[in-house]
Design a protein around this ligand. Sequence first.
Ligand code: OAD
Length: 249
Amino acid sequence: MLIDAALLADARQRIEAARHILVLTGAGISAESGVPTFRDALTGLWARFDPEELATEEAFRRQPQLVWDWYEHRRELVAAVQPNPGHVAVARLAALRQVTLVTQNVDGLHQRAGSSDVIELHGNLFANKWLDGCGRCEAAPDDGGRPPRCVHCGALMRPGVVWFGEELPRVARYRAEHAAEQCDLCLVVGTSGMVYPAAALPGVARDNGAGVIVINPQPSALDATADLVLQAPAGQCLPMLLPVGAASA
Ligand code: OAD
């Protein structure tokens, strides 16, 4: 995709000059790795499933095996793909600037690309927890039952992601909001900006005087908050934005 050279230069200059960058990522940054986004009409995860069917506590209580198997499918999909140059560029940026990386993604690809201290607002696909656990839950030996149950109390293991209607992890939310207040540049990458409170962070940054850059090949709900919109795929665009000295391995 052809990227507007003047906009690219402007974005690069803003990144070069920034002191503290909040990078907020969504499913779009993993699209070029082959992970479906959520809301794409044809390939998005929700295009084939009703989110209320699968991504709520009620759904899990009603049909634990169906929901567990769907997350198992996503785990397998993510385990089979690799981070792309967009993830790698974000990790490299952190070596040159103060970066707070906040992601709505649960795929762990930022960490696999070398980013440490990733603030995961929506949890992680690979971190399971217990539903109504007894406090000393232990998985029963694998008897083929899905999801696993606690050997002591029979509680069900559930995916460690945030479902619709659930609170965000408190510390992650606090740290993300604090960074939005403190940063001087907010880089918004690959999110439709439809899901709150994550979608509110660029506005908080802007209200506190930060510049906002959106990277997304499609229009998004956050374009109106941005000083600059780069209509481009993240894996192509982000490596071009790195300050001098960071582009090579
Ligand atoms: P969405 O699927 O809503 O949006 C993905 C965005 O990525 C869209 O705006 C696409 O245009 C854009 N996109 C696609 N390919 C891209 C590329 N190569 N480079 C950059 N951008 C690209 O995903 P999110 O905004 O992440 O929450 O969705 C937010 C939350 O909604 C998810 O975390 C999930 C879902 O409900 C939970 O599961 C709690």
